[in-house]
Every structure is written in C-alpha cells, then in structure tokens.
Design a protein around this ligand. Structure first.
Ligand code: 2P0
Length: 327
C-alpha cells in the first residue's frame, strides 16, 4: 500500500527496550509470532538512528559509520527483500547511541528505526501499530521499540499475525478500562541501570534458544501461564505506579524465563559467575532495605530497576552502573 509518492530518503530514531515480561517462545518462526504477550520499558534516548536511501546495483549497509559486518548486512538485506520493488537497492546508514558493549540487543531498536525510515522513503503512512507488525518481521523484540516508555506486545491468536502488534501500555489500559494514575503516563522517577558482565555475542542466539526451550524443557509448559499472570500484574503495577510490585514481578519473570532454559536439553544458561554474584548483591541490598530489582535478557548482563531517590545508593553499591532514563 502506498498512499503518497516515494521520496528520496527516510530518517528515523527508535529506542532500545527492555522486557519486564519477556517474549520467550515463537508459535511461528517466519512471522515472529510469540507464544505469549510481553511488556517492556524503553531506554528513552538510547537506541538507533537510521537513514535509508535508494542505491544503485547493490545494497550498501553501514553500521556506526563503517561498512557493516556480514552477519548484520545480510540480515538487513534479507529484511529489505520483504519490501523491495524489483531491481531496487538500498543504502542504509545505522547508528546506535547505546553505549558500545552495554550488552544490549540492538536488533529491537534497529528494525524499528529501519521500518520507520522505510515508511518515510516509500510514503506508506502506516500507523504505529502497523509499523510494529512490520518491525516484528525483522526481530520479535523490535515490535515493542516503536514506542517510548512502556509498550505491550499482544501475542494475538491469528495465524497470519494481523493481531500481533504493540501499543503504548496506556492505550491498552484504556481499552481494558483499568484506571491509571494521571501522572503515570510518564513514570518520571523510574530508572534503569545497566550492569555489564560481558560484551561477547551470545553463543546461542535468541531464536535457537527459544526453540530449544520450547521443544525440550518440561518447565516451559508452565511459562505461558506465568507470563500471562506477570503481564497482568505489571499492567496493574504501572497503572498504580506501584514500584515494588513492578520490580518484583519483572525480576521473578526474568528468573522464571531463565529457569525454563536451564531445564532445556542441551541445557542453556546465559549467565556467567559474575551474573550470579551481582544477583546476590542485589538480593543482599534488598534485605538491607533498598528497593532494588533486576532483570536479565538472553545474556549475562543485568539491568537494574530502581527509583531516582535511590540513585546515589545504587551508584555506591555498583560504581560501574550506567544509569538511563526510560522516558
Ligand atoms: C525479550 N528477548 O522479550 C526477550 C527476553 C531476549 C530475552 O526478545 O528471534 O532478538 O529476533 O524474534 O527479539 C530477544 O529476541 O529474537 C528477546 P527474534 P529477539 O526482549
């Protein structure tokens, strides 16, 4: 569908996001349709800016000012194939402002920024829900990167994925008639802290990890139920601006996801020894009265959740933490 005339260039930014209720398991690998709905918080100004233009003869893909590595260029070109008119090539210039090596997946903000830039280039004028479905075809977690702040990705039920899109959590609360604090459209004093354990690319990619878990882990049978409960709990916590409820649910959800992987065969553990010591440090701080929680994605790094009033205490405990504002 093209509403207007294609331009000569598109440029867009999309934020990175961290899932508080994780996406783990695909019901359709080609369309990246998830088993369960997920909920995330964005990293505000941290993410990806992408410029896309038409090119002659071949795609030219640049990452942070240099020709992109092969794995990145081929994944981007394969995604562009979905939209490519015959004989057309693209120049894509992508820059991540996520601190290098923060251990954050950039595929989420990357595909979201790319699809927004393509929307401009082709003048599709799709709405954010439609764009989130197109971003999903690049990477599941990209579905949630069309929005700042909290986003929900509805798993949907349809085989064609037309009901598997993301929206801002406040839209979803309105639809479900859950009253929200007026102030909580932006949860200003919520902070995310990044604790880097390793910069290395993960040994088992998310898609393979999810498939292995789904196929071999007995514990995975309980995952869809846990995810559904956590998703509801997080929505309620956001509506009420209840930080302890948000933190507890996010941490428990992450640990449950990792438990399903460890019970897979061959076993899958993304943690390093330092991951476990940092987890213990958070638990000890909590015992000592600090409202501090963590979440962990498919990797060894921790993301801390805390309120601004505790920023100094968190910095003191974890001097290397990188603190970012989600809004
Ligand atoms: C998430 N993760 O919800 C979960 C939690 C990692 C752990 O989404 O195969 O790179 O491209 O759909 O989106 C990472 O998986 O996987 C991810 P694909 P993606 O953020």
């Amino acid at each position: 569908r093209t509403k207007g005339a294609a331009g000569t260039r598109g440029e867009a930014f999309a934020p990175a996001n961290i899932a508080l209720c994780k996406y783990w398991g695909k019901r359709n690998e080609e369309l990246n349709l998830p088993v369960n709905s997920s909920l995330s918080v964005s990293l505000g100004k941290l993410g990806t800016r992408t410029i896309v233009k038409f090119a002659k003869n071949a795609d030219r893909i640049y990452l942070n000012g240099k020709p992109a590595p092969e794995y990145f260029a081929s994944r981007t070109s394969a995604y562009l194939d979905l939209f490519r008119p015959e004989g057309v090539f693209f120049e894509v210039r992508t820059k991540n402002n996520i601190p290098t090596g923060a251990g954050l997946a950039s595929s989420a903000s990357g595909f979201a920024a790319l699809v927004k830039a393509l929307d401009q280039l082709f003048d599709w004028r799709f709405n954010p829900r439609e764009l989130s479905m197109l971003a999903r075809l690049g990477s599941g977690s990209a579905t949630r990167s069309l929005y700042g702040g909290f986003a929900v990705w509805h798993a949907g039920q349809r085989a064609d994925g037309m009901d598997s899109y993301a929206e801002c959590v406040y839209e979803d609360l309105k639809d479900k008639k859950i009253p929200a604090q007026p102030s909580c459209k932006v949860w200003k004093n919520l902070c995310v802290g990044i604790l880097e354990v390793s910069k290395a690319r993960k040994p088992v990619g998310s898609t393979d990890g999810m498939n292995r878990t789904r196929e071999t882990s007995e514990l995975y049978n309980s995952w869809p139920h846990q995810a559904a409960c956590d998703y509801d709990e997080l929505r309620t916590a956001i509506a009420a601006e209840d930080f302890p409820m948000l933190g507890k649910t996010a941490e428990n959800n992450a640990l449950a996801m990792h438990s399903t992987m460890m019970a897979a065969w061959p076993p899958l553990c993304y943690w390093k020894p330092q991951t476990v010591s940092l987890m213990n440090k958070v638990w000890k701080a909590r015992e000592d009265g600090l409202e501090l929680f963590f979440t962990i994605d498919a990797g060894p790094n921790l993301k801390l959740l805390f309120l601004k009033k505790n920023q100094a205490a968190v910095k003191k405990l974890f001097p290397k933490v990188q603190i970012v504002s989600p809004f």
